[in-house]
Unconditional design. Sequence first.
Length: 159
Amino acid sequence: MAQVKILFVCMGNICRSPAAECVFRKRAENRGLGTLVDVDSAGTIGYHAGDPPDARMAEAGRKRGYLISGTARQVTAKDLETFDLIIALDMANLKDLHRLDRDGRARNKIHLFMDFHPKPPYREVPDPYYGGHEGFHKVLDLVESASDGLLEMLTRREP
């Protein structure tokens, strides 16, 4: 497998996308693929730029052995050039990414994360921000399965 640069994108970059970044990175490392993936996350809005991940998401991750860390930032047009795969966590962010891709050159790089889930119970990873703690664990369940599916796809790809 050749090195691949992956960007996970949600709305604010404080819950779902930093969780996806950290979970995917750790699962890649556990498979011995850590040096072959370069992973980051961003949000389609800049409201939380500079903020750490939501404390509830960080706590849910810690309970599963993930260090969900980082600093929120907004996705840029340059990201569409820099990354090999841009993974949206829901349909609204997928549409926002397609709007950012004005000339359509990144169209084949932009995907919905749940498309990599082997048996997706939902089309999107739901935003847990306004719900209870169980929502953060649900996000992690979905992110773990979709991360495994994405890793499977990457290891089967032609070099």
